[in-house]
Design a protein around this ligand. Structure first.
Ligand SMILES: NC(=O)c1ccc[n+]([C@@H]2O[C@H](COP(=O)([O-])OP(=O)(O)OC[C@H]3O[C@@H](n4cnc5c(N)ncnc54)[C@H](OP(=O)(O)O)[C@@H]3O)[C@@H](O)[C@H]2O)c1
Length: 253
């Protein structure tokens, strides 16, 4: 019996796969044999990531897509299916954290943007990919939420609201699609060292605070999230659905 997890023969779509957590997930999937589409707005970043990941057992294919634009999301799914075949694994990872600050300063436009990128994109991608997963009786959806979706963050109402929404979508989809063979789980990272969290790891005061209070006293690395995504994507997790896996160095312990 092999002890390593295989995604051989599977097709994955990872939004925001050109850098940070999404890239680490794409890498782990391709190492496990999956063919992976990485999608985000900036094609040059995606192409750079794809060349870096060339030579792994699975192929990594870049497709430009603004996940807030329905026509681009439809094109993304069509192209993925045309080039690699039906999608087995969907990772909703792209996000924005626009609107950080006092909640009384949050505008309608900020709310619309957060919903468009962090919520609506996931809903659309599920709508476009899950029917074929159901036809084939199998599939895995992984939503990248955040500890901010579990605990309110200072100055972070809109982001927290969107990440909490994603957790409830995860649980609802798990209930609805479970009997049809499609699993849906979320990952809630704590602070992971990427462009997204730059404000925190570049801030000496915050870093000192984290080092004094967090059980594992450092920022996480994207690879520390990707291993959980690999498990959830794989058949090893065949009895796991509707869950939110917190990977936060003990921040919320
Ligand atoms: N880093 C952390 O501490 C942390 C903690 C908790 C949760 N998370 C979550 O982890 C996920 C990944 O974040 P990360 O830390 O890896 O950040 P990152 O390195 O900044 O990556 C974000 C990705 O999202 C893509 N993206 C942003 N807007 C997009 C849009 N409109 N359409 C398509 N793609 C878009 C970006 O690519 P383009 O710019 O090319 O579009 C980029 O690839 C996010 O859901 C975030 O909320 C991160």
């Amino acid at each position: 019996m092999s002890t390593s997890i295989s995604l051989q023969g599977k097709v994955a779509l990872v939004t925001g796969g050109g850098r940070g957590i999404g890239k680490a997930i794409a890498q782990r999937f391709a190492e496990a044999g999956a063919d992976v589409v990485i999608a985000s707005r900036k094609l040059e970043n995606l192409e750079a990531a794809a060349s870096e990941l060339a030579g792994l057992p699975g192929r990594v294919l870049p497709i430009a897509c603004h996940v807030g634009r329905l026509d681009q999301v439809e094109h993304l799914v069509r192209e993925t299916e045309a080039q690699l075949g039906p999608i087995d694994i969907l990772v909703n990872n792209s996000a924005t954290n626009i609107g950080q600050g006092p909640s009384l300063n949050a505008t309608d436009e900020m709310l619309d943007k957060i919903v468009e990128i962090n919520i609506k994109a996931a809903l659309r991608l599920v709508r476009l990919t899950v029917p074929k997963m159901i036809e084939r009786g199998k599939g895995s959806i992984i939503n990248i939420s955040s500890v901010a979706g579990l605990e309110p963050q200072p100055q972070g109402l809109l982001y927290s609201f969107s990440k909490a929404g994603l957790i409830m979508m995860t649980r609802s989809w798990a209930r609805e699609f479970g009997p049809l063979g499609v699993r849906c789980n979320a990952i809630a990272p704590g602070l992971i060292k990427t462009d997204f969290s730059e404000y925190f790891w570049k801030n000496d005061e915050y870093r000192n605070h984290l080092e004094q209070t967090q059980p594992i006293p450092r920022f996480g690395q994207p690879a520390e999230i990707s291993q959980a995504a690999l498990y959830l994507a794989s058949d090893e997790a065949s009895f796991v659905t509707g869950q939110t896996f917190v990977i936060d160095g003990g921040m919320t312990a």
